[in-house]
Design a protein around this ligand. Structure first.
Ligand code: FES
Length: 105
């Protein structure tokens, strides 16, 4: 069964905004797209650069290094030069808080 960790109040991540969360071995980005929350790895599959503050256009996040785009809902590649999807993680909202899948052991 998936374990979740509380990462923010819903109002702490406004639409179009993001928050970073560090696990022991991975940093993830929690994004609010029009009131829906998504969680992706902060790691571009092109050259392992961070997606960091890359521009968000709808459900597409653009890597600031070479411009690859990924769908934050599925991790799928939307634009080259990346060819492999990035990981996405489970998110849930309960009682005004955002929870994400716990990646720590
Ligand atoms: S590292 Fe992201 S497009 Fe190159």
């Amino acid at each position: 069964m998936t374990e979740f960790v509380k990462v923010a109040r819903v109002e702490d991540i406004a639409p179009g905004e993001r928050k970073f969360h560090e696990f022991d071995y991975e940093t993830v980005i929690i994004l609010n797209v029009n009131g829906e929350f998504y969680c992706i790895a902060d790691l571009c599959s092109h050259d392992d650069g961070p997606l960091a503050d890359g521009p968000l256009n709808g459900h597409s996040i653009e890597c600031p290094r070479h411009g690859a785009c990924f769908d934050v809902r599925t991790g799928a590649v939307l634009a080259l030069p990346a060819t492999a999807a990035i990981p996405t993680y489970d998110v849930k909202v309960e009682d005004g808080f955002v929870y994400i899948e716990n990646l720590d052991e």
